[in-house]
Design a protein around this ligand. Structure first.
Ligand code: GLV
Ligand code: MG
Length: 332
């Protein structure tokens, strides 16, 4: 994806390696029976999990399962990632060393959970570089970082500015709630306690207006990601029996600038792909905008009206984002 210059500063923002990342499926490494099905699904990215979906007693076996799965299964065109254990555990170094040594070249990225400071990323870069150099691997692992602690969110701007390997930032809503001691126990989604009441007006029943308690965090992460050319990805929505709830969350993330969302259940894959792809109508509209602006340019104008609305040179940039995305999907 060429840098189409959304930023008008003199600073050019280098964009992360372009990948389709509308949906990202979490698959526990302790359950290899799920691997084949995941490989055949319509998901864009798969992360095989060594972290929170795997109990301590199963960590070693899960690592073996993943290495075997990476080597033996045909993952098709899927982008492959593994969520390693956190830097505060004694599992992490072996996760990295064994994944690179025993499944060389099979992985595209690793997902690093609970990143708190830029030094966390530096440490992983150092470790991966050593192992890759020793193995004489050309292919370097990309990093996906989960922002899911108060510390990580406080430092997100600096973390996102690390200038090697980074591809995407992910909002880990469950750990973020735990870390901030938010008064909630669900994974993602709205909370009935996060509301305002309409004003007192005589005997009228006062209405509850629900808000999105994650708005600030997601938005802050999106800004940090986009300011550094990374993909912002929204994390899990726990209630896999509620497709409408999932769709609503995904739509709000997309509206804020996220370009993908996790699927913690296969049924969420198509929902994510649907929400995170521009619709036929949106693509056509974007093309009409580009055509109209082309005409405007020829006529020496910077702004014109289309269907009774103003469009200007900024509209070109918005339209180009959509058209480029559509091309990426088509090329898949
Ligand atoms: C994901 O890791 C989360 O904590 O939500
Ligand atoms: Mg987490």
């Amino acid at each position: 994806l060429k840098n189409i210059g959304y930023e008008m500063s003199f600073k050019i923002i280098e964009q992360a390696r372009p990948r389709l990342n509308r949906s990202e499926l979490a698959v526990p490494g302790s359950n290899p029976a799920l691997f084949e099905k995941a490989a055949k699904s319509k998901v864009d990215v798969i992360f095989l999990d060594l972290e929170d979906a795997v109990a301590p007693d199963e960590k070693e076996q899960a690592r073996k399962n993943i290495i075997e799965g990476l080597n033996d299964i045909d993952w098709n065109t899927k982008t492959m990632s593994v969520r390693i254990n956190g830097l505060d555990t004694h599992y992490m170094y072996k996760d990295v060393v064994e994944l690179i040594e025993k499944a060389p070249g099979k992985l595209d990225m690793i997902m690093i959970p609970k990143v708190g400071t830029i030094s966390d990323v530096y440490a992983l870069d150092m470790l991966c570089t050593q192992v890759e150099d020793n193995m004489q691997l050309e292919k370097k692992l990309g990093f996906e970082l989960i922002i899911e602690t108060a510390l990580g969110m406080q430092n997100v701007n600096e973390i996102a500015s690390y200038n090697r390997r980074l591809e995407s930032l992910h909002f880990g809503v469950a750990d973020y709630a735990a870390s901030t001691k938010a008064k909630t126990t669900v994974i993602g989604g709205p909370n009935p306690n996060y509301h305002v009441l309409t004003d007192i007006d005589g005997d009228k029943v006062r209405e509850k207006h629900w808000g999105d308690m994650w708005h600030h965090a997601v938005s802050k992460m999106v800004i940090a990601a986009r300011a550094n050319g990374l993909r912002p990805i929204d994390g899990p929505f726990g209630d896999f029996g509620d497709p409408d709830g999932y769709r609503a969350q995904a739509n709000r993330s997309a509206t804020l600038g996220c370009e993908g969302k996790w699927a913690i259940h296969p049924s969420q894959i198509e929902l994510a792909n649907e929400v995170m792809s521009p619709s036929e109508k949106e693509i056509n509209q974007a093309k009409r905008i580009l055509e109209a602006m082309d005409e405007a340019k020829k006529a020496g104008k910077g702004a014109v009206s289309l269907d009774g609305r103003l469009i200007d040179i900024a509209s070109i940039r918005q339209a180009e984002v959509l058209v480029e995305k559509a091309k990426l999907i088509q090329g898949k």
